[in-house]
Design a protein. Structure first.
Length: 667
C-alpha cells in the first residue's frame, strides 16, 4: 500500500477535477447545472474533503518522522537544459496543505448558507474549488518555475472571486486593481526567477542558494547583481502578501463575497508570499541586507495597516487592514531570520482571522435583513450595535478571535506574535519597538470593532442615519434601498458551525508553539527546536511577554472605556482634537490618491498624448501619403490619352532630358 506522501499528487488534482467537471457543466448545460446546485456543492465538498484527509495523512507521516518525499519527471529538455516538474512533501508543505484544505473546506460549508440565494451559487463553488487546487499545487511545487505557474493561477482565481459580483462597479474595479497591482509584483518575480536561473542554471530552491553562493565566490556574478535578483523575487511576495507599497489592492478586495475574504485574504492566498519567502530561506539567509529590507518592509506594513484600521467604520475593511498589519508581522519575522516564527504566526492567524471574517459575514448577512443589500449600509458599524444577544454564537466566536489577535495568553495569537517580537528585539530593536506599539493598536481597534458591532443599542433602524451614510458615500440616488424589512437573528447552522470549529484552534493551537517546548518548531526544524529549548530563559521571556500583554491590555482597556462604558466615539474626539492626523489616517496615508495621481491619471495622460501623436503624426504621414498618391494619380491621368504620337513625344522628351543630364554631369 503506497504511503500518503506517494499519492499526495492527488491533493491538488481532486478539487481540480471537480472544478473542471462543474465548469464544463456550466459552459455546456448552464441551466441544468445551476438546477443541480446542491449536488454540485456536495461533489466539490467531497473532492476537497478527500484532499483534506490526504493532507492530514501526509502531516501525520511527517510528525512520525518520515523523511521528505520528492517525485520529479522531465517536463522539457533541450541539450543540457532539463526542466523537471513534480511535487515535494516536507514538513513545511504538510503544515500548509493541512491548513489550506481545512480552511477551504470550512469556507465551502459556510458558503452553502451565505450564498444560498445567489444565482451564481454553482459558479462560486467552482471558483472556490479551482482556487483551492491552485493553492495546493503551489504548496507542493518543488521549484521556483512550477511555483510561478500556480502563483499565476492563484492570481487568476483571486480576480474571478473578487470580481464575482461583476455587475457591481465596486467589485469590478477591485478585481482590476488586484490584478494590476499583483502584475507589478509578479513581473519582478519573473525577472528574478529568470535572473537566478541565468546565474545558477537551476530552479530548485537549494540549488539556487548553493549555485548563487558559488557564483559570488568565483566572481562570475557580482554581489550587487545577486542582491538585486533576490529583491526582484521578493517583489512577488510583496504584492501577493500585501506588503507596503503594494498592499493597496487587499482592502478593496473586500468587495467580493465575505467567504472569499476568509479564504483568500486571511488564510491562503495572502499567505503564499510568506510561504515563498520561507521556501527561499536558504537563499535569503546568505544576504543580511535582503533580510533587513524584508524586515523594514514588514514593519512599515504592520504599523500602516494598524493605524488605518483605527479609523475604519466598514467592518470588513477594518478586518482587511488588520490582515495587512498581521502579514507585516510575518514578514518582520522572515526578515529577522526567524521563518519558523513567521510560519507559526501564519498558521495561528489563518484560524482566528478566517473566523473573524466569517463572523463579519454572519453579521452582514443578518444586517441585510434590516437595511437591505446595499454594502455601504450592511457593513457600516455605525448602524450595528446590540447584536450579542441576538447572535450569541457569532458574537462569542468573534470575541474569541479578538482576544486571540490581541495577543492575550493563552490564546493562539499571544504565542506566535510574542515569538516574533522576541526575535525582533534580539535582531532589530528599533523595529521591535514599532511592532510593540502596533500590538497595542491592534488590541484597541479589534475591541473597537467588537463593541461597535455587538454591544450597546442597535442603530440599524435609524433611517436618518442610513440616509446620511448614503449621502456621505455619494449614493443619494440609492437612498430608497434603506428600509426595515426584517429582524436580526442568528445565522443558519452551515454558517455558525465553521465559526464554532475555528474557535477551537484559535484558542488552543498556540500551545503547540510554546518557546520552551515548541512542537511546531520541532516539526519544521528539529535542530532549531532543540536550540530554542536550550537557549530559552525565563529571565528574557517574562519581561518581553509581560510588556506585550500589558500594552495589549492597555489597548483593550481604552476600547472598553470609550466604546463600552462611556459610549463615546473616540474617533470623533480625536478628529476634533487632531484633525490633520485623522484626515491622514482616514485617507489611508494618501497612498491610493498618490497611486491614482501618478499611475492612473499619469497613464491616462500618457495615453492621451500618444493618441495625439498617433492622430497628428502617424495618421498625418499616412494621410499625406494617400494625398500624394491621389494627387499624382489625378495629374498623371492626363498623360493617358491613348494617342501613339503623344507617347512618342514623351519618350523623345525623356531622351533629350537624359542627354542633357549626362552632359551636365560630364562637364
Amino acid at each position: 500500500m503506497p504511503s500518503a506522501a506517494e499519492i499526495a499528487w492527488l491533493i491538488p488534482v481532486l478539487p481540480l477535477l471537480g472544478a473542471v467537471a462543474s465548469g464544463l457543466g456550466l459552459i455546456s448545460f448552464n441551466q441544468a447545472t445551476n438546477r443541480l446546485r446542491k449536488q454540485v456543492a456536495i461533489a466539490l465538498l467531497t473532492c476537497l474533503g478527500a484532499s483534506a484527509v490526504l493532507s492530514y495523512a501526509v502531516l501525520a507521516e511527517q510528525l512520525s518522522g518520515v523523511p521528505p518525499v520528492e517525485h520529479l519527471f522531465v517536463w522539457a529538455s533541450a541539450g543540457s537544459f532539463v526542466l523537471p516538474m513534480g511535487y515535494v512533501i516536507d514538513p513545511l508543505g504538510a503544515v500548509m496543505l493541512s491548513l489550506v484544505t481545512t480552511i477551504a473546506l470550512l469556507v465551502m460549508i459556510y458558503s452553502h448558507g451565505y450564498m444560498s440565494h445567489d444565482k451564481g451559487y454553482v459558479r462560486f463553488f467552482t471558483y472556490l474549488a479551482l482556487f483551492s487546487s491552485s493553492m495546493l499545487g503551489l504548496i507542493v511545487s518543488p521549484n521556483l518555475l512550477e511555483i510561478y505557474v500556480f502563483w499565476e493561477l492563484v492570481g487568476m482565481c483571486s480576480y474571478l472571486l473578487v470580481g464575482f459580483w461583476y455587475e457591481r462597479d465596486g467589485a469590478a474595479h477591485a478585481a482590476q486593481k488586484a490584478f494590476v497591482v499583483n502584475r507589478v509584483g509578479d513581473f519582478g518575480l519573473l525577472l528574478g526567477i529568470l535572473g537566478l536561473f541565468w546565474a545558477t542554471k537551476s530552479f530548485d530552491f537549494q540549488g539556487i542558494a548553493d549555485g548563487l553562493a558559488q557564483a559570488i565566490s568565483t566572481g562570475s556574478v557580482p554581489y550587487w547583481a545577486a542582491l538585486t535578483l533576490c529583491l526582484l523575487v521578493f517583489m512577488g511576495p510583496m504584492a501577493k502578501s500585501a506588503q507596503f507599497p503594494l498592499h493597496v489592492w487587499l482592502p478593496d478586495a473586500m468587495e467580493g463575497p465575505t467567504p472569499i475574504s476568509a479564504l483568500i485574504h486571511a488564510a491562503t492566498m495572502v499567505a503564499a508570499g510568506v510561504f515563498l519567502v520561507a521556501r527561499l530561506e536558504p537563499l535569503y539567509s546568505q544576504f543580511p541586507m535582503v533580510g533587513l529590507v524584508i524586515a523594514i518592509v514588514g514593519t512599515i506594513t504592520c504599523f500602516l495597516g494598524a493605524s488605518i484600521a483605527l479609523t475604519q467604520m466598514d467592518l470588513k475593511k477594518g478586518l482587511a487592514y488588520s490582515t495587512v498589519s498581521q502579514l507585516g508581522y510575518m514578514m518582520l519575522a522572515m526578515g529577522c531570520g526567524a521563518p519558523i516564527a513567521g510560519m507559526f504566526h501564519l498558521v495561528t492567524h489563518a484560524f482566528f482571522k478566517a473566523m473573524l471574517f466569517l463572523g463579519s459575514g454572519s453579521v452582514i448577512h443578518a444586517m441585510e435583513e434590516v437595511v437591505g443589500h446595499e454594502p455601504i449600509l450592511a457593513q457600516d458599524m455605525r448602524l450595528m450595535g446590540g447584536l450579542r444577544k441576538k447572535m450569541p454564537i457569532t458574537s462569542t466566536t468573534f470575541f474569541i478571535g479578538c482576544i486571540a489577535i490581541s495577543g492575550i495568553p493563552p490564546l493562539a495569537g499571544f504565542w506566535s506574535k510574542d515569538e516574533i517580537l522576541g526575535q525582533a528585539f534580539n535582531t532589530f530593536p528599533v523595529l521591535w519597538l514599532i511592532g510593540f506599539l502596533t500590538a497595542g493598536m491592534t488590541a484597541f481597534y479589534m475591541f473597537r470593532l467588537y463593541f461597535l458591532t455587538f454591544e450597546g443599542n442597535f442603530r440599524g433602524e435609524d433611517e436618518n442615519l442610513q440616509k446620511e451614510l448614503l449621502r456621505l458615500a455619494a449614493k443619494e440616488e440609492e437612498q430608497e434601498e434603506a428600509h426595515h424589512s426584517g429582524v436580526i437573528h442568528e445565522s443558519q447552522w452551515s454558517m455558525t458551525l465553521p465559526l464554532a470549529v475555528l474557535a477551537v484552534p484559535s484558542a488552543l493551537i498556540g500551545l503547540l508553539g510554546i518557546p520552551w517546548h515548541s512542537s511546531f518548531a520541532n516539526l519544521l526544524n528539529p535542530e532549531e527546536a532543540i536550540e530554542m529549548a536550550n537557549s530559552f530563559s525565563w529571565g528574557e521571556f517574562l519581561p518581553l511577554a509581560s510588556a506585550s500583554v500589558a500594552i495589549s491590555v492597555m489597548g483593550i482597556s481604552l476600547a472598553v472605556f470609550a466604546y463600552y462604558l462611556r459610549r463615546i466615539d473616540l474617533g470623533e474626539v480625536i478628529a476634533a482634537r487632531f484633525p490633520s492626523i485623522n484626515t491622514f489616517l482616514s485617507n489611508k496615508w494618501y497612498l491610493d490618491d498618490i497611486n491614482d495621481k501618478i499611475f492612473v491619471q499619469g497613464s491616462r495622460k500618457l495615453a492621451r498624448e500618444v493618441l495625439e501623436v498617433d492622430a497628428k503624426v502617424v495618421d498625418g504621414v499616412v494621410n499625406l501619403t494617400g494625398l500624394l498618391t491621389l494627387g499624382s494619380g489625378e495629374g498623371l491621368k492626363y498623360f493617358e490619352t491613348g494617342r501613339a504620337q503623344f507617347y512618342a513625344l514623351i519618350i523623345f522628351g525623356g531622351v533629350i532630358a537624359l542627354v542633357a543630364l549626362f552632359g551636365v554631369l560630364g562637364t
